[in-house]
Design a protein around this ligand. Structure first.
Ligand code: NAD
Length: 433
């Protein structure tokens, strides 16, 4: 099939590359000249495990192309995917300006039947809005389909190639047939392709992310209780996770959820609820709990060192909002940096992939170390903010030599408490004795 993907960020680049991988001819469109230039030259623009190899292969086979000019590629497309940003608007609602802007362009450019697929995370009713926008200028036949994306950054290629499910929201049989045929290589193992109406499909994405965020906030509250009652969150987690109805995943407490999706999607669903006079009580609490959890580790640091942190030097391991990505959008580490810098702390950081993005965002207000141990040099303590694999079994001798004192604040519960005690560290983690 011939596919056009509009928006070549985390979702668009993975989507385009993975569709090319099964033999489709894909052109990715973006307004960012620099991005398109780099991608056309075979330089990948995001860090995503496994992506570069298939990106290069499909580029060489000419199944994957990049352009800034939507007009020149539209005629050839059977399906047009919108993978555009939907950031929070002024009041927290999803801002649809990018999506509707491209819909407007499509209205001018379409001249034969196409399926327009919305892969961006958008509120209920957006498929109708996109359809109406296109129909203002194009009077021919076309369909607008909702096809939310559930990939997880860090394992995005695997998730795309073998999705737990594919959700397709449309009432058009012609669109169902085309989409089913496109996705058939990805659901061969029996993972379901679930067809539903547009509104249900749009809501499914928000419900999924909000449910996962709820799980995280719930466990963070249990962790808070563990600290106060003298229980151990690891034991509680194992105790409840072995129940199939609860499941083992997403039960790890930490320093709050971040990333480009959960915070904005929880906010947007709350706004959608408000707009129909529905008070989504659980979700409001999920958001509130997350805000508190983001400052929990800094509060622990304050309790240990005392309120005056001015002049202290601290090292942070991990900046990305989670491991195996360079994405720093809403990363809890950035919140920690902001809070500590305001208190007069000097900070040295290390992250295997995210440092260039952090430097672009906050500049040189922190020192960027060349490896995880250099970051510790003469620091008063180590703070762990992202659970990259290489932080899990570090050389504690080097850590001891580099730090001024053997103090670790671990927001990801990477180490055994007993082991740390034996090594002589002052070690604080989340929800453990
Ligand atoms: P992104 O910011 O990484 O990428 C968006 C891209 O769209 C950018 O490259 C931008 O330059 C481009 N763009 C903006 N306006 C354009 C236009 N008029 N024409 C062409 N390109 C344009 O965003 P993302 O993380 O890929 O997310 C895209 C959507 O997918 C969002 O709605 C997000 O909520 C959703 N989503 C994201 C993830 C994720 O893990 N990142 C997962 C599932 C769903």
């Amino acid at each position: 099939m011939k596919i056009v993907v509009v928006g070549t960020g985390y979702v668009g680049l993975v989507t385009g590359t993975c569709f090319a991988e099964t033999g489709n001819f894909v052109t990715c469109v973006d307004i960012d000249n620099r991005k398109v230039d780099k991608l056309s030259k075979g330089e990948i623009t995001i860090y995503e495990p496994g992506l570069e190899k298939i990106f290069i292969r499909n580029l060489k086979e000419s199944r994957l192309k990049f352009t800034t000019d939507l007009k020149t590629v539209i005629d050839t497309a059977d399906i047009i995917f919108l993978c555009l940003p939907t950031p929070p608007g002024e009041n927290g609602e999803a801002d649809l300006k990018y999506v509707l802007n491209v819909a407007d362009q499509l209205g001018e450019l379409l001249n034969s039947y196409k399926v327009i697929v919305n892969k961006s995370t958008v509120p209920v009713g957006t498929a109708k809005l996109v359809k109406a926008k296109i129909a203002e200028k194009y009077k021919g036949d076309f369909d607008v389909v909702s096809n939310p994306e559930f990939l997880r950054e860090g394992v995005a290629v695997e998730d795309f190639m073998k999705p737990d499910r594919v959700v397709i929201g449309t009432s058009s049989q012609k669109a169902i047939d085309l989409m089913s045929s496109l996705y058939s290589p990805y659901v061969r193992q029996g993972n379901p392709l679930i067809i539903m109406d547009e509104s249900s499909s749009e809501l499914t994405k928000y419900a999924a992310n909000s449910f996962l965020a709820t799980k995280i906030s719930f466990m963070n509250e249990i962790a808070q209780l563990c600290e106060k009652l003298g229980a151990d969150v690891d034991s509680v987690r194992k105790g409840i996770g072995s129940d199939d109805r609860i499941g083992k995943r997403f039960l790890f407490p930490g320093i709050g959820y971040g990333g480009s999706c959960f915070p904005k999607d929880v906010q947007a669903l709350l706004k959608s609820s408000e707009s129909v006079d529905y008070d989504f009580k659980i979700l409001s609490a999920v958001e509130k709990v997350n805000e508190c959890q983001k400052i929990h580790l800094v509060q622990k640091i304050g309790r240990y060192f005392g309120d005056n942190l001015s002049g202290k030097k601290m090292a942070i391991w991990g900046l990305a909002f989670k491991p195996n990505t360079d994405d720093i959008r809403e990363a809890p580490a950035l919140e920690i940096i902001k809070l500590l810098i305001n208190k007069g702390v000097t900070i040295s950081v290390y992250d295997p992939e995210a440092m260039p993005n952090v430097k672009r965002e906050i500049g040189d207000i922190v020192h960027y170390a060349s490896n995880q141990y250099d970051a510790l040099s003469a620091a008063d303590c180590l703070i762990i903010a992202t659970e990259w694999s290489e932080f899990r079994t570090p050389d504690f001798d080097i850590i001891s030599k580099q730090l001024k004192e053997k103090i670790i604040f671990d927001g990801r519960n990477l180490f055994e408490i007993e082991h740390m005690r034996k090594l002589g560290f002052y070690y604080e983690s989340i929800g453990r004795k």
